[in-house]
Design a protein around this ligand. Structure first.
Ligand SMILES: Cc1cc2nc3c(=O)[nH]c(=O)nc-3n(C[C@H](O)[C@H](O)[C@H](O)COP(=O)(O)OP(=O)(O)OC[C@H]3O[C@@H](n4cnc5c(N)ncnc54)[C@H](O)[C@@H]3O)c2cc1C
Length: 340
């Protein structure tokens, strides 16, 4: 068995051929560039035992990470590795690995921080924050729907390693953080070696696992408003834990602007908002008592279901997904507003 001492996540500890990867805790190496042996040729040809070398760069500062990426624009970027290493094991990253460069960004300090600005009622999350960190205070109270979504992700090991930036960059329609980012109108901050730019999350997510991220760019942060109102997240899967969403929904309210935001996951090529349901909700809930009539809650759910564009696949049928949206959104409305 070959042991690779690198900044790879503990959750991706086995490469599928008996090779183990030591995780963060095991890595004591102080140099930033290390050569490791990686089973790239094994991935390309399962019968071959030849290992090809890959360099892993592990910068501590954002500038260094961006410079490294500019020098090797096709490098495989790994944060927690919980999506990327699955793809490596499945062989779908073999072209990228053939370039021989991996940039591990999990030690970049600027990506591991958050900043709460009470004057603008906003929070800037570093892209490298893990789900476990998003579930901690004070973030759990500032962004309760994101904490609730984080609690539904994978297992404790996945939540300790997986990052919000990785979820956004992967851009699966089932990514659990994404309906929350959409409902909150997140702004995605991006940087490359030559500068920075920002995009609304709705423009960043362009389709099934496709984004506006350009070559040489990293997601550095995600900016979210701190709303004054109830917010929550719910998903349906085939079991209660370690499950990919068949359908998911986030509802966020803001009492001062009397607005309701509803976003859906797993029921369209990417996460979608439900403007008709949002408008109906804003006009029909009782904002004075923050209550809602049961039939209004049910109607909001059915309007939201009308916005879904689900498909039949190995996880579910389109009809089940649409019905799941109706139920999830109706329940979120009843959780957010007292019975009228
Ligand atoms: C067993 C298991 C269970 C899971 N359960 C769930 C679940 O319940 N819900 C869910 O949503 N997901 C789940 N996932 C998927 C995964 O954990 C999440 O999508 C996670 O957020 C990915 O983050 P990461 O840091 O591990 O990303 P990585 O795997 O490190 O990277 C993923 C992709 O994002 C890119 N990337 C990462 N960070 C950046 C950045 N800052 N800038 C630019 N590109 C970047 C990488 O290059 C790569 O293309 C699960 C995965 C596993 C293995």
């Amino acid at each position: 068995m070959t042991t690779i001492a690198a900044t790879m996540p503990t959750t991706a500890a086995t490469t599928g051929d008996g090779t183990s990867i030591s995780g963060k805790a095991a890595s004591t190496c102080e140099t930033t560039l290390r050569s490791i042996r990686f089973p790239m040729t094994r991935v390309a040809n399962p019968r071959s035992r030849t290992l090809a070398p890959v360099s892993v760069e592990s910068p501590r500062r954002l500038d260094d990470a961006l410079r490294a990426l500019a020098a090797t624009p096709g490098a495989l970027v790994i944060a927690g590795g919980t999506d990327a290493m699955v793809e490596v094991n499945a062989g779908s990253r073999r072209d990228q690995l053939a370039r021989g460069e991996v940039i591990a960004i999990d030690r970049v300090s600027e990506l591991r921080r958050f900043r709460h600005d009470p004057s603008s009622a906003s929070v800037l999350l570093g892209a490298g924050l893990t789900y476990t960190e998003l579930m901690d205070e004070p973030l759990a109270s500032l962004l309760p729907a994101l904490a609730e979504a984080s609690r539904t992700v994978g297992s404790p090991q996945i939540r300790n390693a997986g990052t919000i930036g990785g979820n956004l960059a992967t851009c699966s329609p089932a990514g659990d953080a994404l309906p929350v980012l959409s409902a909150l109108d997140a702004v995605v901050h991006l940087a490359d070696a030559s500068g920075v730019r920002s995009l609304p999350v709705g423009e960043f997510m362009t389709g099934v696992k496709t984004t506006a991220l350009a070559s040489g760019e990293l997601i550095t942060g995600i900016e979210l408003p701190v709303l004054g109102g109830w917010q929550g997240y719910a998903k349906v899967g085939v079991r209660n834990a370690m499950v990919i969403a068949i359908a998911s929904a986030c509802l966020a309210t803001d009492v001062s602007t009397r607005s309701v935001r509803i976003a859906l996951g797993s029921v369209a090529p990417t996460v979608i908002r439900c403007p008709d349901a949002e408008q109906f909700a804003a006009e029909h809930v009782d904002w004075e008592s923050t209550s809602v009539e049961p039939d209004v809650a049910a109607r909001i759910g059915s309007i939201a279901a009308g916005a879904a564009l689900p498909i039949d696949d190995h996880r579910s049928t389109a009809a089940y997904r649409r019905r799941a949206v109706e139920v999830l959104v109706g329940r979120l409305v009843r959780r957010g507003f007292a019975d009228g």
